[in-house]
Design a protein around this ligand. Structure first.
Ligand code: UD1
Length: 420
């Protein structure tokens, strides 16, 4: 509910085991990929989050049937496409909706989509997506806040991405997978979610190699068929729980994760002083009150994810010394700094760098979630703040975290959702 808030009583050391859900940023492109075939696609390990609901509405608006046979699976049947233009309000509600443009172009040779919405974290152009469609032979017309892409037939091409955009790479893959001939995406984004999308597409009959590296090769195929695909674990959710354990001086086992996708965070948090033992699909985090300041850069994968930049900042309020946090992906992703200050953190931002002096004792206050990850950072800070912290606008977190408060409660946190 949009008016809900979290009320947190800080001071508990988190203890126990927490299960990690399927990745938000992996399931959304796979849902869009289901549009590429007239046969059914079955997705497993699907998180129950707001963004999946929005994407389901987008697919339904195009004529697809979307069902949840079990709480963690989705069945999508796009046998008939009835519209080539999702309603603007749905596209504006989340950025990943724009992926249906690549999928419609690939399936039907045409689509129209509003410029996408999403979190307010800086400029988020779509030039890379559009240049990729044009390279594949589509006519691309941006007009009145909407863009139409159409082609009699698409042909393979060598596509250089001006910036290794995650959704841009995915959108171009969706369009290229049934183009005639071979495509090579150079300077592609290398995030694990892109390899996840390629796995799903290959399961549908595509020929894609190199996904997860900066060069992706796609041999076009004439048709795709049904697939059953399991969504990879959410490395951002897992990272948020790593920080939750670390910041509370806790002792937490994080299971059903994929630690090999989390090298940068593990390495940086060990430098801060956190003990992290890595298993095949688990992480055991032991917090300490002896944390040291560090320099952090949020950069494309395999570097530290920008989506964990704000949560890490919360942790660094407890580290001895001055930490520097450089945000290198988005130009306006430090808005949470003023909210952290309300809790007593000594943190300032200059341009795209936040400077944190620690350790500081935090005290409860009323703060606002400004986006999904900034909201998580405030919840993490609330877990150690003295007294009561209220985090409002938690609908942002509902978009990206499955059962956040229940998972934290199961580890001993005192956090409640309150409807206002
Ligand atoms: C995705 C993730 C988001 C994550 C981000 C960076 C999804 C649904 N969202 O967002 O959680 O924070 O990757 O890891 O997967 N850019 C351009 N031209 C473009 C597109 C992007 O210049 O056409 C720039 C943006 O301004 C930004 C940077 O690329 O500075 C990164 O954006 P991008 O990788 O596209 O992020 P998203 O795919 O939107």
């Amino acid at each position: 509910m949009s008016g809900d808030k979290f009320v947190i009583e800080g001071g508990q050391h988190l203890k126990g085991t927490v299960h990690i859900s399927g990745a938000k940023n992996a399931v959304l492109p796979c849902m869009a990929a289901s549009l590429l075939t007239a046969e059914e696609c079955y997705l497993e390990n699907v998180p129950n989050i707001g963004d999946v609901e929005y994407m389901a509405l987008v697919l339904q608006s195009l004529g697809a049937h979307v069902e949840r046979p079990t709480p963690s699976s989705l069945l999508i049947n796009a046998s008939t496409i009835t519209s080539y233009s999702p309603p603007s309000e749905l596209v504006l509600s989340q950025r990943a909706s724009f992926l249906v443009l690549g999928a419609l172009l690939g399936r039907a040779g045409r689509g129209t989509c509003s410029f996408p919405g999403g979190d307010v974290i800086g400029q988020r152009p779509i030039d890379v997506h559009l240049a990729g469609f044009a390279a594949l032979g589509a006519n691309v017309h941006p007009e009145d806040e909407k863009v139409t892409a159409e082609a009699e037939s698409l042909h393979g091409a060598r596509i250089f991405m001006d910036y290794p955009s995650v959704l841009g790479t995915e959108n171009v893959m969706l369009a290229a997978v049934m183009a005639q001939g071979r495509s090579v995406i150079v300077n592609a984004a290398a995030e694990p979610e892109i390899a996840g999308l390629a796995d799903m597409l290959n399961g549908m009959g595509a020929h894609i190699t190199g996904a997860g590296t900066h060069t992706i090769n796609i041999e076009g195929v004439s048709e795709l068929h049904s697939a059953r695909h399991t969504i990879i674990p959410d490395r951002i959710e897992a990272g948020t729980f790593v920080v939750a354990a670390a910041i509370t001086g806790g002792d937490v086992e994080i299971v059903d994760a994929e630690p090999s996708h989390m090298d940068a965070l593990i390495c940086k948090l060990r430098e801060v002083g956190v003990s992290i033992e890595v298993g095949e699909s688990s992480l055991h985090v032991l917090g300490t009150d002896d944390l040291h300041a560090v320099s952090v850069q949020a950069v494309p994968y395999p570097g530290l994810p920008t989506d964990l930049q704000a949560p890490v900042a919360s942790l660094l309020t407890q580290a001895q010394g001055v930490s520097y946090i450089h945000e290198r992906v988005f130009d306006n992703r430090l808005l949470y700094v003023s909210e952290l200050r309300k809790l007593g953190a000594e943190v300032v931002s200059t341009g795209t760098t936040a400077i944190v002096a620690g350790p500081r004792t935090l005290s409860g206050n009323n703060v606002r979630a400004l986006d999904v990850r900034a909201g998580a950072a405030l919840v993490l800070a609330g877990l150690i703040a003295r007294g009561r912290t209220e985090v409002s606008d938690i609908y942002h977190m509902d978009r990206g975290y499955e059962n956040l408060e229940n998972k934290l409660q199961s580890l001993g946190a005192i956090i409640e959702r309150v409807s206002t």
